[in-house]
Each structure stands twice: as C-alpha cells, then as structure tokens.
Design a protein around this ligand. Structure first.
Ligand SMILES: *[C@@H]1O[C@H](CO)[C@@H](O)[C@H](O)[C@H]1NC(C)=O
Ligand SMILES: *[C@@H]1O[C@H](CO)[C@@H](O)[C@H](O)[C@H]1NC(C)=O
Ligand SMILES: *[C@@H]1O[C@H](CO)[C@@H](O)[C@H](O)[C@H]1NC(C)=O
Ligand SMILES: *[C@@H]1O[C@H](CO)[C@@H](O)[C@H](O)[C@H]1NC(C)=O
Length: 183
C-alpha cells in the first residue's frame, strides 16, 4: 500500500512538473529600444535586433559607462500588449548590485538566466566601460514560468546614484505550447 502511494505520488509529481514546464512553441524578440538620459555617464553605440531566421531573432547592444557605477537600481515594469501596451501587469525596483551578489531573487533570476551567457554584465558591481549584449536570443526551454500567449514589453529604467540614467525596453512575443499541455 505504501509503495502504491509512493508510485502515485511520483507520477503525480511528474505530471505536475511536465504541465508546469509550459514549454513555449515561440518566444522571440519583437522590438528593442534604448535611450540614454545622461550621455556624460552612459552612451549607446547600438541597440538592435537581427533576424537570423524566422524563429531566431538576436539582440545586440553596445553601451559604455564613462564613469564607474557602484549604486545601480533597476525599475522594471511589465506590460502585456492589448490595444497598445496599456495596463501594466507588474512593477518592481531591484537593487542590481545586491542581486549580482546573492542571485536570491527567483523572478529576477529567471530573466538573468535567459541572458547571462550573452553578456559581459555577468559580474558583481562596480560596472564601468563597455556593456555588451551579443547575439542574445530567447530560449523557450528556459522560460519555465506559466505565461499566457501574447506580446509583452519589459520596460527597464536604470538608476545610477538614484537618478535615472538610461532606459532599455525589450518586447517579445510568447506563444504557449497548448498541444503539449493537452497530451
Ligand atoms: C550625469 O552623469 C554625470 C557623470 O557621472 C554625473 O556627475 C551627473 O550627476 C549625472 N547627472 C544626473 C542628472 O544624474
Ligand atoms: C562597442 O562600441 C565601442 C564604441 O563605439 C567600440 O569601440 C567597440 O568596439 C564596440 N564593441 C563591440 C563588441 O561591438
Ligand atoms: C561571463 O560570461 C563570459 C562569456 O560567456 C564567461 O566567459 C565568463 O566566465 C562569465 N563570468 C562569470 C563570472 O560568470
Ligand atoms: C519604455 O516603455 C515605457 C512604457 O511605454 C516608456 O515610458 C519609456 O519611455 C520607454 N523607454 C524607452 C527607452 O523607450
């Protein structure tokens, strides 16, 4: 009897896990915009998307911090597109230096893990000089968060020494694998 429950629990957990994974059939960038609010501290030399093929869009960014940044806060706002990006879904301010030390914030970790292999931003504070994101593309298999199909905008405003210095806006479309969920 005990082993029956053990086996049931095992398969139950397995099924829940598989449902929870919610692998996307599509997860790709649709737009990328960046802007400096203080060009004496931060300048962008490029921010662009490039289509490699129909399913793979890569994001490239090259920016330069002209002075070291020791105090970095990121204000993030997530929108879902519905007749323009109207109501925002979620809003947070994150201390980037604290996050890079402990990586203990689960939601920020999801985003960080998507991009950590494509950037030189993968170290602790301070930051200075070239800030590069190279050939960054979204891997649906890393997006293990239940997200409804749609187009999303993640608007990030970067505060250095408590003042907004630049903004980066990432838009992406996400399509759930509904067929896989039914199986
Ligand atoms: C702009 O950047 C410079 C250089 O780091 C800094 O001294 C100044 O305080 C910044 N201005 C604002 C409004 O944040
Ligand atoms: C980034 O831009 C700077 C300044 O324009 C340039 O010197 C550097 O080579 C660029 N780096 C990359 C990786 O594109
Ligand atoms: C940061 O990424 C680069 C390139 O992928 C890698 O060589 C380096 O080891 C990474 N550094 C850390 C601290 O993870
Ligand atoms: C990012 O999007 C937000 C919300 O639409 C907007 O207020 C902000 O100006 C945008 N930032 C950039 C750099 O385009």
């Amino acid at each position: 009897m005990a082993s029956f429950w053990l086996v049931s629990a095992f398969f139950g957990a397995f099924v829940l896990f598989s449902l929870d994974c919610n692998d996307a059939v599509e997860f790709k960038f649709t737009n990328f915009v960046c802007e400096s609010y203080n060009k004496s501290w931060f300048t962008f030399s490029h921010c662009r998307l490039k289509a490699i093929n129909r399913d793979k869009i890569v994001l490239n960014m090259n920016g330069t911090l002209h002075y070291p940044a020791y105090r970095i806060k990121i204000h993030g706002k997530l929108f879902k597109k519905a007749n323009g990006y109207k109501p925002w879904l979620y809003e947070r301010t994150v201390d980037a230096c604290k996050f890079m030390l402990h990586k203990s914030d689960p939601l920020v970790s999801v985003l960080y893990n998507l991009m950590k292999d494509f950037t030189n931003i993968n170290h602790s504070c301070p930051y200075v000089g070239p800030q590069i994101i190279k050939d960054f593309y979204l891997k649906p298999e890393l997006m293990r968060v239940p997200v409804p199909t749609g187009e999303y905008l993640l608007a990030l405003k970067w505060y250095l020494d408590a003042k907004p210095q630049f903004g980066t806006n990432f838009s992406a479309s996400f399509v759930e694998d509904i067929l896989a969920k039914k199986n």
